[in-house]
Design a protein around this ligand. Structure first.
Ligand code: APR
Length: 311
């Protein structure tokens, strides 16, 4: 393949993302993990599936960062996942240290890469990577909105018994309890769900979406969601690798857009070969604006915690 994507962290999200990237023949994939043998073993296993899955993407595993050199995209999933009862915020100190260290190493070897952050707490980890890489803001992108919107879409499709392909949804804000699903911009075959469902049912689906990560954690008991997070990261990578210019909700560094300054937060962006090529500003009601402001305040708090833990 003429494109190269490195996935840091060969755990559940990382290995699943590697599988999807390869099976879609989007790029060659390098899997890197701190644990000896795991990235090599998973990469070999995926290569052995290739003749059956009919793809010619090369997947290699490594512990050393040299293997990542010259990547077009780096997907960072390294970290510890959330355990039952643990909030995303509890993860901040450990994962900030990991993300900082990883980012420094990959940025030096792939100075032109676009970095997609998956590690939680997402918005705070984007800040860590932005500072540690020294990359321009268009090349640091957080994966959250695509996942949260996919969850909302799945619930809308289940509720109305329609194809998921007919659904479209927008979830903005931070990747946490304060996320901002926008029912007015969420549609089934172009029809806003506000015309198809009662306010009460929409509120239920919104609540389930905001609680989507925790719902999976409580079922799995060990570890957190990974199929949908991996799909979301790969959709973002595909739009960049193919320069598709899809409009997707992603965590982006805002400098005045939506009245927010100096924060990574989920907003609709255009993703192409240059990374974030445009931040799309949509019209919001006063209520929606207030919800986004509340979410931005929660991300600000995380940023303050980051300063305190000073990794
Ligand atoms: N360098 C490289 N890899 C690391 C490092 C490091 N410094 N520290 C940890 N890892 C690896 C672990 O060895 C593990 O294989 O990161 C991987 C994480 O995988 P899992 O524990 O399976 O976690 P996963 O479910 O993939 O979630 C990863 O994504 O959705 C978020 O909240 C989630 O922050 C978590 C991340």
């Amino acid at each position: 393949m003429d494109k190269k994507v490195t996935v840091i962290g060969a755990g559940n999200v990382g290995a699943t993302a590697a599988q999807r990237l390869a099976e879609k023949e989007l790029c060659d994939v390098v899997l890197i993990d701190i644990v000896e043998g795991v990235p090599q073993g998973k990469a070999l296993d995926l290569m052995e599936a290739a003749p059956i899955e009919k793809h010619d993407a090369h997947i290699t595993g490594a512990n050393a960062y040299e293997a990542s050199a010259g990547s077009d995209i780096i997907i960072i999933t390294a970290g510890i996942p959330r355990k039952p009862g643990m909030s995303r915020d509890d993860l901040i100190s450990t994962n900030a240290g990991i993300v900082k260290n990883v980012t420094k190493q990959v940025a030096a070897l792939s100075p032109d890469a676009i970095i997609i952050i998956v590690s939680n707490p997402l918005d705070a980890m984007c800040h860590v990577a932005y500072e540690a890489s020294g990359f321009p803001k268009n090349r640091i992108i957080g994966m959250a909105g695509v996942l949260d919107s996919a969850r909302f879409r799945a619930f809308i499709a289940m509720e109305l018994n329609v194809s998921v392909e007919n659904t479209h949804a927008f979830v903005l804000g931070g990747h946490g309890d304060t996320m901002v699903p926008l029912p007015r911009y969420s549609t089934v075959a172009g029809i806003p769900i506000t015309e198809l469902l009662s306010k009460e049912r929409i509120d239920e689906l919104v609540k389930r979406t905001a609680n989507g990560g925790a719902e999976i954690v409580s079922l799995l008991k060990t570890g957190s969601a990974y199929y949908a997070p991996a799909s979301a990261a790969v959709e973002m990578a595909e739009s960049i690798l193919k320069d598709k210019k899809k409009i997707l909700p992603c965590a982006a560094y805002l400098e005045g857009e939506y009245g927010i300054n100096g924060l990574f937060i989920g907003v609709p962006v255009k993703l192409g070969s240059k990374g974030i090529e445009e931040i799309i500003q949509i019209k919001m009601t006063e209520e929606e604006k207030a919800a986004l402001k509340k979410s931005a305040d929660a991300v600000s708090e995380l940023k303050e915690i980051l300063k305190k833990v000073a990794v």
